[in-house]
Ligand binder design. Structure first.
Ligand code: MTE
Ligand code: MO
Length: 365
């Protein structure tokens, strides 16, 4: 007989990691849908939420373009729209499991979610503005601003801004005004945010008010001081690179860490896996701390930029004791997860498999 499902608590809700600015985490053990309801979608904000109005909002498009322009919300909405589903993960997701501890919000597993985004392709807006031949990056800036001291003091009051390379900007970046079929909520960037499919969340600028085409790589705080890492390649000196595409990763939703699991039962191990700009090809699960692996079954088809939920029927041990579960994913280009966290990544891009320890218990009579 299958065990009764774990008590998931009231749904939907978010774990408060920081009250203000709001930094809220999805309790990942509640994963039960391909698309995360907006009320359960994590929130990552560096500055207080700016409360913008649809009437007053406008988007400035300038820089290395032939026709700088300004668009109101009605004008943006009048352009041909697209809807796409994309998984977004904060680059610091899983940070709390690193030793030694790293600076930054103490995310467990749930700074990740999947939503259906509707908006105008950034390429359409850039087409209207006309790119100059010198164009190399597109800087996206939000209406939120403030000062920070961590990891370094900001040069006074700064806005949140990030750039994307021109090919990505002309590819699939969306200027989204709907999330899961509704207007964006204030915390998720009302009225318009960028969605950069397949990239860590920091690129998907919320409360977007400015798009500037540049002829030089952007050197902003969130590009070079924060959300950057030292890339080491054989024979080359380390190079500071802005964080970009998400890397392949599988996460276990159930059992949750330290959950009690009945012995001699069939327990459905469940989770999700994502791989940034490519597809997840395979997920394997180990119920013996990584000694032996078996393939999990997918609940979702491979879809660009969207996680695939997976499950694995675990016949739990006959006798009580501690067990360690691990999951690992491989992407369509045959890349898999690293065995350990690379310290050069700091508190970001945490993709090594995270073991989940459980207590196998005698079944209650
Ligand atoms: N304007 C602005 N955009 C932002 C941020 C921010 O602080 N300000 N945080 C970024 C980070 S680090 C992440 S992970 C995502 C989170 O998006 P969400 O809050 O809708 O989940 O927004 C990104 N866009
Ligand atoms: Mo993030």
């Amino acid at each position: 007989m299958p065990p009764s499902p774990p008590d998931l608590g009231p749904a939907p809700y978010l774990i408060t990691r920081e009250q203000s600015p709001p930094n809220l985490e999805f309790p990942f053990r509640n994963l039960n849908a391909r698309v995360t309801p907006t009320a359960s979608f994590y929130v990552r904000s560096h500055f207080p939420t700016p409360f913008l109005t649809a009437e007053d909002w406008s988007l400035t498009v300038g820089g290395a373009v032939t026709r700088p322009l300004r668009l109101g919300l009605a004008e943006l909405r009048a352009l041909p729209a697209r809807t796409l589903t994309a998984t977004m993960e904060c680059a610091g997701n899983g940070r709390v499991f690193l030793t030694p501890r790293r600076r930054g919000v103490a995310w467990e597993l749930g700074a990740v979610g999947t939503a259906e985004w509707t908006g105008v392709p950034l390429s359409k807006v850039l087409e209207r503005a006309g790119l100059l031949g010198t164009a190399c990056e597109v800087v996206l800036e939000g209406a939120d601003r403030g000062t920070l001291t961590d990891p370094l003091p900001t040069p006074g009051d700064i806005p949140y801004a990030r750039s994307v390379p021109l090919d990505k900007a002309l590819g699939d970046v969306l200027l989204a005004y709907r999330m899961n079929g509704e207007a964006l909520t204030p915390n998720h960037g009302f009225p318009v945010r960028a969605v950069v499919p397949g990239w860590y969340g920091m690129a998907s600028v919320k409360w977007l008010t400015s798009v500037q085409v540049t002829a030089e790589p952007f050197q902003g705080y969130f590009q070079t001081v924060d959300y950057a890492y030292w890339e080491t390649r054989d024979g080359l000196p380390p190079q500071l690179r802005p964080i970009g595409a998400m890397e392949v990763k599988a996460t276990i939703a159930r059992p949750a860490p330290h959950e009690e699991v009945p012995c001699d039962a069939v327990y459905e191990v469940a989770g999700a896996a994502w791989a940034g700009e490519t597809d997840v090809a395979r997920v394997e699960v180990s119920v013996d701390g990584g000694c032996t692996w078996r393939e999990a079954e997918f609940l979702d088809p491979p879809t660009p930029h969207v996680w695939r939920r997976w499950r694995f029927a675990w016949h739990t041990p006959i006798r009580p004791g501690r067990r360690t579960l691990v999951a690992r994913a491989t992407d369509a280009r045959d890349r898999t997860q690293p065995g350990a966290h690379d310290p050069a990544r700091g508190g970001y891009m945490i993709t090594h498999p995270l073991p989940v320890e459980v207590d196998v218990r005698e079944r209650s009579p």
